[in-house]
Design a protein around this ligand. Sequence first.
Ligand code: AMP
Length: 273
Amino acid sequence: MEIFHSPKELKDFLKDKNKTIGFVPTMGALHDGHISLFKKARSENEIVVASVFLNPTQFGENEDLDKYPRNDERDIRIARICEVDALFMPKPEEIYDKNEPLIKAPEKLATILEGKTRPGHFDGVLRVLNKLFNIVKPTKAYFGKKDTQQLAIVENMVRTFFMDIEIVPCDIIRESDGLAISSRNAYLSEEDKLYALKISQSLAKAGAMIKKGELSTNSIKTQMLSILEPLEIDYVAITNRRFEPLDKIELDNTFILVAANVGQTRLIDNLWV
Ligand code: AMP
């Protein structure tokens, strides 16, 4: 595995290779969720590129950029074990210029749910991905369903900007108890984790109710809220695949999305129905 710090070095490495490139963008603190994306990329492409870049522009002023877990050495070991060919670890100065055009995520998708609590977050996500896609020029790029709204906003950019990239959605990887794996889980104490578990439990309850034939989103939400009650809930939303609220579950066209704070840690999870 080769490690690159500058866009130019990585571009030179990839130039004229004429091979399919699978790309996995991450913010580091790699875990089993990231590893599943690396493995999928490895199985579908001739070259696998991963990035570890803690992107400052997607964090709000009062968010956790400064305390976000970092462990470059461990990340390098994990990427190597996963047979990543090129690991891109740039510094913000290598990516951003004081004078550059800014991309804005579409308002309808980016000011609800995550975007409502984190204004500007998706602008920062698209700003960095636009650059990373230009540097790597991937055939396919891999994104977790863990961040469903991000996935939709990236798909929208690729489609509307006529980018020749296939976006590959990847299933959520969970701990054996159901907790969706996240770099931010590192902030949780053992006690916090018991609270955090209520998020996946509420989604499991929703799934079980739907399996039994319950389609009223009000009834499902009520049950979910009773499980989530001990947490500081940001939102519980039941929407169609365009993130529009639903009265009745539509099979194969529904997202159930939760965001909640456990202590100082903001966690998200979701279920595709
Ligand atoms: P991050 O480093 O948090 O920006 O995540 C990088 C990529 O990994 C994103 O596409 C995430 O959706 C994905 N990801 C994070 N956690 C998981 C998980 N538990 N299962 C699947 N994908 C994940």
